[in-house]
Design a protein around this ligand. Structure first.
Ligand code: ADP
Ligand code: MG
Ligand code: MG
Length: 246
């Protein structure tokens, strides 16, 4: 009874096949790590799972909470509990961070969320993420530093409580302190044992204090190796070299 079951997924972008038959199964409450060199197709998998229309599934199946979702829009997938944090979050002038997240939470829950209750909940999550509460009233990502944008993504995740969160290089370009803070946020999400997590990364720093159930290595649009948490250590030590050219 998997949260996410991907079977033989082939994905094409424009005219090029990028993913060549991906199998991946994530159970409720599990944390999976997806690693691989640049250009391997990691982000492509994230976009395809989230239903970005530019990424066309040409073969295979994606089952989310037991239901085939190949033809479903990104909006529907989000409402059903899938969340993708972007590598480069968009700046949206005229929409505050707080209003944006509250709107998304209302979409997700299918009901109005009282402003006072929401502000309280958001304030607590912001405290955990060491974000100044004033950011709630600032335009979404406008003038945010790289670290602040990533924290804003984690803030969304904590408030949305998705059933599957996909984090695409949320740790890249962050200083040591920001990685630690983002990692604290991820740990908080892990506490709720219902939610699954797919962490895409090519560094291992964010994983140092996180529980990891499975690690997948992607090279050239294929998962070439799956192992446990120890595989992260191996990659940390030896890099991807031995998996290239497979
Ligand atoms: P990773 O996230 O592992 O670094 P990507 O998924 O970003 O890898 O890219 C995998 C391959 O797909 C690369 O060769 C990249 O050039 C290509 N690709 C990704 N997105 C697009 C796109 N929108 N248009 C054209 N090619 C793309
Ligand atoms: Mg990349
Ligand atoms: Mg990428």
């Amino acid at each position: 009874n998997g949260l996410l079951e991907v079977r033989g997924l082939t994905v094409r972008v424009e005219d090029k096949e990028i993913l060549h038959g991906i199998d991946l199964e994530i159970q409720k409450g599990e944390t999976h790590v997806l690693m691989g060199p640049n250009g391997a197709g990691k982000s492509t998998l994230g976009y395809a799972l989230m239903g970005n229309p530019r990424y066309e599934a040409t073969a295979g199946n994606v089952l989310f909470q037991g239901k085939r979702i190949n033809e479903e829009s990104a909006d529907k997938r989000a409402r059903d509990g899938m969340f993708l944090s972007f590598q480069n979050p968009l700046e949206i002038p005229g929409l505050t961070l707080g209003a944006f997240i509250r709107g998304a939470v209302e979409q997700r829950r299918g009901e109005r969320v009282k402003l006072s209750a929401f502000r309280k909940e958001m304030g607590q999550a912001m405290e955990l993420l060491q974000m100044d509460r004033a950011y709630g009233d600032r335009d979404l990502n406008v003038g945010f530093s790289g670290g602040e944008k990533k924290k804003a993504e984690i803030l969304q995740m904590l408030l949305l409580k998705p059933s599957l969160a996909i984090l695409d290089e949320t740790d890249s370009g962050l200083d040591v302190d920001a990685v630690r803070t983002v990692s604290l946020g991820v740990k908080e999400y892990q506490k709720d044992r219902e939610g699954g997590l797919l962490i895409i990364t090519h560094s291992t720093r964010i994983l140092e204090s996180l529980h990891v159930d499975k690690t997948h290595i992607m090279v050239g649009g294929r998962i070439v190796k799956t192992g446990g948490a120890a595989l992260v250590e191996e990659i940390n030590r030896d890099g991807f070299e031995r998996y290239l050219g497979q």
